[in-house]
Design a protein around this ligand. Structure first.
Ligand SMILES: [Zn+2]
Length: 157
């Protein structure tokens, strides 16, 4: 028997799944495409159909976000001192409050993106780095439709 999704030979018992109301005999690898498992068992001459709900698998799309570099406060402080500016002077140059500069340098707060930009520009440095972030999207429906299954089949051949 061949898997009705990928076409691979099924050595053991095929898994029965339902994709958009259609029952398919599939291999173990493809059973996750289905909404439900349908397993039949014969007990005392009565065929029982057991349906199990399958949770859709969560995908982990990779998102790139910009994050402040480690020790950004030290970098800012160093760049400021290199130029011989006081916190007040730096604050004036980027049109922010002195207290904000102090808090940033003491790592008491994370500067807003527009402040970071101004600091990057005035010091001609990079305070952000691209990091890979794995986000979970629990709300997204991940069970493929029959259309998706056809695409999967094409790809695997
Ligand atoms: Zn398969």
């Amino acid at each position: 028997m061949e898997c009705e999704i990928c076409g691979k030979e099924i050595r053991y018992r095929p898994a029965k799944i339902i994709v958009e109301g259609t029952e398919l005999n599939v291999c173990n690898e493809c059973r996750e495409y289905g909404v439900e498992d349908v397993s039949t068992s014969v007990q005392h001459g009565v065929t029982r159909v057991v349906r199990k709900d399958r949770r859709p698998q969560q995908s982990k799309p990779i998102v790139f976000t910009e994050e402040l570099v480690e020790g950004f406060n030290e970098i800012i402080k160093k760049e400021r001192q290199k130029r011989g500016w006081s916190q007040e002077e730096l604050a004036k140059r980027i049109q922010e409050k002195e207290s904000l500069i102090r808090k940033i340098e003491n790592a008491e707060m994370t500067p807003e993106p527009d402040v970071i930009e101004k600091l990057e520009r005035i010091f001609d440095i990079k305070l952000r780095e691209k990091v890979q972030e794995v986000k979970l999207s629990p709300q997204k429906k991940l069970v493929p439709t029959l259309g998706d299954v056809v695409v999967i089949k094409k790809k695997k051949k």
